[in-house]
Design a binder for this molecule. Structure first.
Ligand SMILES: C[S@@+](CC[C@H](N)C(=O)[O-])C[C@H]1O[C@@H](n2cnc3c(N)ncnc32)[C@H](O)[C@@H]1O
Length: 255
């Protein structure tokens, strides 16, 4: 069994935010977080598309190393994935404060399953939105539509409104950015790393300075990078130690 790693960044100065990065299964580790202590959960779990991609026999051989369907963390049969996501929502509903928010990225074909699981665990469904990638991989562009979108789903708990820092501006349920740049990947590659620009917007809108933000499926730590930039406290969990090391390097370099 590989040893779990955990990094904490204690408050050295008054008001300096703290970070905790943990390697291990998120369901187990969420159990160590106090009841009603978290303001925002912002996360990007497996989309349960691995088996679908394998069954499609898509011509991905050339890009296997850097393709999520071959990364080994999205291979569960649908029923097992549903059980895991159910436990994730159960723990999330326990740790969030009343009026806390949860935003989860998801494949568009799984949105309905996620809303049903969240509502079963007491969440109030607010919005389904889209992230549009302006420069998607032009894979098989002469055969079918190029995949350039992912969904995100936004919930609150205990109340039907949460923190929403729109500063009086209209916020569309549609965010557009380019793919994650190579310079954001300088500490290592993660096949589904989200762009900082996208996560900055969401962290800024849905939480306040000094709030506690949790990402139980943190991957390369993009949510943690935004939290440090925007002065939120952060707890990140990933089952893969290499991704936790990568997240640590990325967060450490933010001043
Ligand atoms: C879609 S990726 C997240 C990518 C992240 N948003 C980023 O910007 O790098 C999902 C992550 O969940 C992790 N994961 C999958 N199942 C997990 C579990 N049960 N507990 C903890 N982490 C898990 C995988 O290792 C993977 O890094």
């Amino acid at each position: 069994m590989t040893k779990q790693i955990s990094y904490t960044y204690p408050n050295k100065l008054k008001n300096q935010c703290s970070y905790s990065l943990i390697s291990g299964d998120c369901i187990k580790n969420l159990k160590n977080i106090d009841n009603k202590s978290v303001h925002l959960i912002l996360t990007d779990p497996p989309y349960n598309l691995g088996q679908f991609m394998h069954n499609r026999n898509t011509n991905l051989k050339k890009m296997r190393e850097n393709q999520f369907a071959y990364a080994g963390w999205d291979n569960l049969p649908y029923n097992e994935w549903v059980k895991d996501m159910d436990m994730f929502f159960e723990e999330s509903s326990r740790i969030l404060i009343k009026g806390g928010s949860l935003l989860i990225f998801m494949s568009i074909i799984k949105v309905e399953s996620i809303i049903a699981l969240a509502e079963k665990n007491g969440f109030y469904y607010k919005t389904t939105g889209i992230w549009h990638k302006t420069n998607p991989m032009p894979r098989n562009m002469n055969l079918h539509f190029v995949n350039s979108t992912e969904a995100w789903i936004y919930f609150t708990i205990g109340t039907n409104t949460g923190t929403f820092n729109n500063d009086g501006k209209l916020i569309h349920d549609f965010f557009e950015t380019s793919l994650t740049t190579q310079s954001e990947k300088r500490h290592g590659k993660h096949p589904t790393q989200k762009p900082i620009k996208l996560i900055d917007k969401l962290v800024g809108l849905l939480s306040n300075e000094n709030d506690i933000v949790v990402d139980p499926f943190m991957g390369s730590g993009t949510t943690g990078v935004s939290c440090k930039k925007l002065k939120r406290k952060f707890i990140g969990i990933d089952q893969n130690k290499e991704y936790v090391e990568m997240a640590k390097k990325r967060i450490d370099e933010i001043i």
